[in-house]
Design a binder for this molecule. Structure first.
Ligand code: PLP
Length: 396
């Protein structure tokens, strides 16, 4: 990436914070005292040092989500693995229950895991959303049954940024005796998360959405919740996630969690101001419509459908001008057959196929500047008008 690129795709991944990198380096072989790298399972002092670093990170992640005990945090290889472990692991913990409820706007990591259960004989209820992308708690309550093995509703959506009424949904699950998995990959570090108040059973996080490294994440598992492993081996992470720990990655996730906790308010305030400037600037153009809930949305997200413009052309045009934005969701924008398909999230919200394939996601971060946003809005207006001139279908 060129240095002068204005990066506006923080929902896809965030830049690694320099303070996080510094914390990780000694665990990648850069220990200033030349100490050898240890395996946390080893008895010698290098092993003990690695173990201590992992436990320190566990405490930081626990604090970020309000867990009672650091032991309720399991380290994984990212949001996808955390979601899979929760969905498959909760389902397997009570084989007598064969029904699963998910929202229609879940990330593929939950959606496809539930689809896998469906293929093996489970019944899956996919609960719809309103035009803003919200799940109705009353409708949700009506889907829970005595044989529901688990429900999964994300805290905040990765495409349109809508924030769900998770407190209410979690309370309904608690009353019905149904374990609730919450994907908080986009919410963590942007919204206060406190599992001591919100009775979720499991909750997924990913370091690279929090200015930490890619390929490492965590799953909060409330004490007493039964979960079966999906990986088998040396019994690390209480037997729930075997495999030698990614010590440097875990240390990075710990440092990123500590900084996100300490800087949450400041970051949110900064991002919200930029988001509002973006919303009014972009939707001030003719034929540009905001997707997602106007108020109940992430501090850093704007998502718009641009009439007469194909999202991929707009993303590439803006890239050439030095602005990186997302088309739809990062996971579906490249290299998968979904790349040319309309986003299921937008379709679930009642958007047309055309609106869905003409939508872009612009997500800011703690280091985005007002000057970057002003420049972006100019480039966006120019790109939209030039692409519309080329479009045989667009008539203003
Ligand atoms: N869940 C949500 C809401 C996400 O946005 C993402 C990443 O885009 C994931 C899960 C998957 O996380 P990871 O990239 O760490 O596997």
């Amino acid at each position: 990436m060129q240095n002068d690129v204005v990066y506006l795709d923080h929902a896809a991944t965030t830049p690694l914070d320099e303070r996080v990198l510094e914390a990780m380096l000694p665990h990648l072989g850069g220990a200033p005292d030349g100490r050898p790298r240890g395996n946390p399972s080893s008895l010698h002092s290098a092993g003990a040092a690695a173990r201590e670093a992992v436990e320190e990170a566990r405490a930081s992640v626990a604090r970020l989500v309000g867990a009672n005990e650091p032991g309720e945090i399991l380290f994984t290889a990212g949001g996808t693995e955390s979601d899979n472990l929760a969905v498959l692991g909760l389902a397997a913990s009570d084989p007598s229950r064969k029904h699963v409820v998910i929202s229609a706007v879940e990330h593929p990591a939950v959606r496809e895991a539930a689809g896998h259960l469906e293929a093996t004989g489970y019944e899956v209820t996919r609960i719809g959303v309103d035009a803003g992308g919200l799940v109705s708690p009353a409708r949700f309550a009506g889907t829970l049954r005595p044989d529901t093995a688990l429900a999964a509703v994300m805290w905040a959506n990765n495409e349109v940024g809508t924030v769900q009424p998770i407190e209410e949904i979690a309370e309904l699950c608690r009353e019905a005796g149904v374990p609730l998995h919450v994907d908080a990959v986009q919410a963590a570090g942007r919204l206060p998360i406190d599992v001591s108040r919100v009775p979720v059973s499991t909750l997924a996080l990913s370091a690279h959405k929090l200015h930490g490294p890619q390929g490492v994440g965590a799953l909060y598992v409330r004490g007493g919740v039964e979960l079966e492993p999906v990986l088998f081996g040396g019994g690390q992470e209480r037997g729930l996630r075997s495999g030698t720990e990614n010590v440097a990655g875990i240390v990075g996730l710990g440092a990123a969690s500590r900084l996100a906790f300490e800087e949450l308010e400041e970051r949110t305030r900064h991002e919200e101001a930029l988001r509002e400037a973006l919303i009014s600037g972009a939707t001030g153009l003719p034929g540009v419509r905001l997707n997602g809930h106007r108020e109940k949305r992430l501090s850093n997200n704007i998502h718009v459908s641009v009439e007469g413009v194909e999202a991929e052309s707009l993303v590439l045009f803006l890239d050439a001008l030095g602005y990186a934005v997302g088309s739809g969701s990062a996971c579906a924008s490249r290299g998968t057959p979904a790349g040319h398909k309309a986003s299921p999230v937008l379709l679930a919200m009642g958007r047309t196929q055309e609106e869905a394939i003409s939508s872009v996601r612009i997500t800011v971060g703690k280091d985005t500047t007002r000057a970057g946003i002003d420049g972006f809005l100019e480039a966006f207006a120019a790109a939209v008008s030039q692409l519309r001139e080329l479009s045989p279908l667009y008539t203003s």
